[in-house]
Design a protein around this ligand. Structure first.
Ligand SMILES: C[S@@+](CC[C@H](N)C(=O)[O-])C[C@H]1O[C@@H](n2cnc3c(N)ncnc32)[C@H](O)[C@@H]1O
Length: 281
């Protein structure tokens, strides 16, 4: 895959490099000691612009997102409640290497992303920069009709093992119909007692300076595949998903208090992403 990062034409999948670099900014906060492997000079240039034009708090919001889901998953693994982590739109996140080696991983993203990630991980494992883990990669575009093939692929790997599905940093790029299809799909592959972790921007954020900055930055720089608005999701959506119960809801401010992060900017200047954990009933 050729990963170009031309100034005016950033592909959506390339945002995965940025997320990883943000996590590496404060390893103590993110607890991610491997994301720095994705560092490259092109991403660095974009990050500089992003932090000054959108919100300088973004490094910390991303570190805390990683920390929250990592600790939630760790706890469920310790309690023997989950055996598989299925990451939808996994990008370059490094959870497999931060979690117990017995956990099985399924990483799903666009074909070019999973191909590239697989190749890089193999190279780093060969050099002993990364430990070995059981990761199965599946290339899928969520805007396509993936249901039957993906269902078959996932069920053949998961069998009856309890799972945690993670979807973070992705729903912003999808539309409502694609989102509904994904949550219906989660219901198809999961059993009672399984978990979903999701991150999204609430509707109320739309009025803030930070969100307006984000939209203007993305409209200027990012090659988007469709013309729809970038998606925000109201809390109620998570409270009313069929067969699931919302069991935890956090945001940047609650996680800052929990993990001792000093909030630096005013509320208006922060992209306050919200984090949800659902349990299948
Ligand atoms: C900002 S990155 C987040 C990556 C990862 N979840 C993380 O938090 O580090 C967004 C990811 O969503 C994936 N993505 C966006 N739209 C997608 C689609 N239609 N189908 C599959 N993956 C998609 C991108 O390829 C990219 O890896």
């Amino acid at each position: 895959m050729v990963l170009t990062m031309e100034e005016k034409n950033i592909e959506i999948h390339e945002t995965a490099f940025v997320t990883s670099s943000f996590r590496a900014f404060d390893e103590k906060l993110s607890q991610d000691t491997f994301s720095k492997l994705w560092h490259n000079s092109k991403t660095e240039k974009w990050i500089e612009e992003y932090l000054s034009q959108v919100s300088s708090e973004e490094t910390y919001t991303h570190c805390l997102r990683n920390r929250y889901f990592l600790e939630a998953i760790k706890e469920l693994v310790a309690q023997e409640k989950i055996e598989v982590l299925i990451n939808f739109g996994s990008g370059f996140s490094m959870y497999p290497f931060l979690l117990n080696e017995n956990l099985l991983h399924i990483e799903i993203d666009k074909p070019e992303i999973v191909e590239y990630k697989k190749k890089k991980l193999e190279q780093w494992q060969k050099n002993k920069e990364l430990p070995k883990r059981d990761i199965r990669f599946i290339g899928v575009d969520f805007s396509t009709n993936y249901k039957d093939t993906l269902l078959q692929e996932i069920t053949s790997i998961v069998t009856s093992k309890p799972s945690f599905i993670l979807i973070e940093g992705v729903l912003f790029f999808l539309d409502k119909e694609e989102t509904d299809r994904l949550f219906n799909f989660f219901d198809l592959i999961q059993h009672k007692g399984d978990y979903v972790g999701s991150a999204s921007f609430p509707d109320t954020l739309k009025e803030t300076v930070a969100f307006k900055n984000l939209i203007s930055f993305f409209n200027k720089k990012v090659a988007k595949t469709n013309e729809n608005d970038f998606q925000t999701i109201e809390d109620e959506y998570y409270q009313t998903i069929k067969n699931y119960k919302l069991i935890d809801h956090q945001d940047y401010f609650s996680l800052s208090a929990k993990y001792n992060n000093a909030v630096k900017q005013g509320k208006e200047l922060i992209l306050n992403e919200n984090f949800y954990i659902l349990k299948k009933q």
